[in-house]
Design a protein around this ligand. Sequence first.
Ligand SMILES: [Zn+2]
Ligand SMILES: [Zn+2]
Length: 267
Amino acid sequence: MLVDLHTHSKYSFDAQDEILDLTLSAIKKGFSYIAITDHKDYFWNKEPIALDIENVQNDIDKIRKEFSDKITVLKGIEIGEIYADKNALELTKNYNFDIVIGSLHSMPNDIDFYDMDYTKLDSDKLLKEYLLEVKNMCEYGGFDVLAHIDYPLRKMEKANIKPSFENYMEFITPVLKTIIDREIALEINAAGLFSFLNNVGPESFVLEEYKRLGGKMISIGSDAHYAKDIGRGIKECINHAINNGFEYVTIFENRKPNQIYIGKEKI
Ligand SMILES: [Zn+2]
Ligand SMILES: [Zn+2]
């Protein structure tokens, strides 16, 4: 069973492709589920980025009907910093989402981790502060899946260190406990495989700890920003899940989790 639960269309500020083309790409590659999760980032000190949710959902309604015998297209959204602005939670209630992904793309009143110059800052201090903020965001809740918990690692190449969560488990365990408690799924995100990190994330010892703590809900996403990249790295994500003892992926429909069997054998 192939699923891609984290994708971006032209409605995201950083992507261009039609939802139709994302869907056709997923069908061509044999996927059973795709979630369209365009960006809406909130901030502490300014207006959120714009997202035309009405048209995203209109497009999905049409495509969902047309291809219902081939694929299930889920209405999603990736909300950055949901806890920064009370309007974010309102938004999740005012629209019929299947799946709401929660991300931390920036620290309070700072720039996106993607745009930081890691040669000029204390990466160790930043990672600790980041993980404390992720925990705050998860305690606030309001979303179904915690996206790319290792987001800053993707860009830390410049700091001339091998970025890893290896020495940060004392900060990660509380995050994992919080998402288990809040019934938020942990995402395995493929994007790192195509960066210098060269692996899907998070690292195995994070998944092991999640399992040890009783975590059962795993989401899987390519984080594709182009139709051609839909499904990219998903097999590696599934194998990563299976290697770490997970046999199910969690699919949210109407914000309700279903456990879908992905198997015991690597694919
Ligand atoms: Zn993201
Ligand atoms: Zn994304």
